[in-house]
Design a protein around this ligand. Sequence first.
Ligand SMILES: [Zn+2]
Length: 108
Amino acid sequence: MNNFDKAYKDLIMYIDELKISNKKKIELFNKIDNITELFANQNNLDKRLSTLEEIVLDDEDLKNTGRDVDFFCPYCHKQIDIYMENDKMDITCPFCKNEIEIEWSMDK
Ligand SMILES: [Zn+2]
């Protein structure tokens, strides 16, 4: 149990022992829950940020093994940014949804 959980439990027990009506207690519990929710959201935000950082880092790693290619769809002629990990891959055009087979030659 971390410090925050302990302080939370102490506070709940403290309120529970107060000589106040149950209605007041519930009001206080709700207020505390709102605050803990704020803290939890802050924690989640930190987690989300670090997850994002990991994804960005992973992406940088991938760029070392593959290549970004500007490709024009043969069906709708729109430019598609693709990431080639292999010399051959199948993609779906994000614009016209056609399946395209791409073969990349190392010589070019
Ligand atoms: Zn297309």
